[in-house]
Each structure stands twice: as C-alpha cells, then as structure tokens.
Design a protein around this ligand. Sequence first.
Ligand SMILES: [Fe+2]
Ligand SMILES: [Fe+2]
Length: 188
Amino acid sequence: MAPTIDKLRQDHVNLARLLSILEQELAEFDAAGTPDYDILLSIAEYFLIYPDKDHHVREDLVYRRLLLRNEAAARRVGDLAQEHKGIARRVRKFATIIGHVLTDAVVQRTTVHGALSDFVEDQRRHMRMEEEFLFPAALNALTDADWSEIEGQIETFSDPLFGTDAETRFAELHQSLQAMASQDHPNS
Ligand SMILES: [Fe+2]
Ligand SMILES: [Fe+2]
C-alpha cells in the first residue's frame, strides 16, 4: 500500500492534461495562428508552484529512501534532484518568454516555439522515466514503515488547480480542463 505513489501517479495524469493543452497551443502557434497566451501563462504559473511545493518534494523523499533500500535501482533513475532543478529552470524560461510576449516585447517566434516544445518534451520524458524506473523500484524496495515515514514528512499543500477548490487565478484554465474532459467523455 503506497498512497504516495497513487498521489504521484494522479499528479502525472493531471500534468499530462496540461501538457496536452500546451501541445494544442503549440500546434496553433506553428500554424501561424495566435495561441491563448493567458492560458499558456497560467499553465506556466501552475508548473512554477505545484511541483516544487508538493510533487517534487514527495518524489525526492521517495528517491532518497530508495537510495537506502536499493542503490542500484536508484542509480538507474539518475540524479532526481538535479532533474527537478533542470525542469524548474526550463519552466522559468518558458514563463519569462510568455510574460515578454504578453507585455508586447519583441520575441522571435523560434524562441517561443523552442521554450514551449523543450519544456513539453522534457517534462514528458521525465515523467516517463519516473513511471518506468522510480515508481516500480520504490514499490518493490520500500517497506510499510518507509511509506509511513515519508507520509509523515510531507506537509499538506492545497493543489491550486486540481484540488477541491481551484484558486480564482486558475479559473479560466480550470474551465478549459473541464471542457477537455467533457469532450473526452461526452456522456459522463
Ligand atoms: Fe519528478
Ligand atoms: Fe513526477
């Protein structure tokens, strides 16, 4: 029983939905259209907040415990903390560029495309790696006591977008996600 892994997997489902929106907006941008920059900025803001406050904190705790229990398996994952720093750098770059566009600064189209596609690609690769190596290895190696201790170390953080009360600043993004969900499941 590892509710921590259930939570991390659910986060990945949520994050993948945001990445799908980013890909749709990127396709719109590449077709010489104008993407919804407000939505892009909201997604960037969410990625600036939630992973470092919650998702990465949980994963880093799991990884450190895996290092103790099965070092070889942890080595296959790589340096998770460094990966998370790299992801944080790319999301800051992406957010800065979108911010520049919204303040009418001159930004080359290739710069916007690059920041957006690098971020989506890197985030997807990172989540795939965790699902393939980190989560199964942790489920195999960690004990019930490990999971209890990890849970005890996590401070509750209310998810501002996918939590029970989405914050008003994410209202438009929340609506886009609901519209997407009703397209995917029209009869639900
Ligand atoms: Fe991660
Ligand atoms: Fe993750």
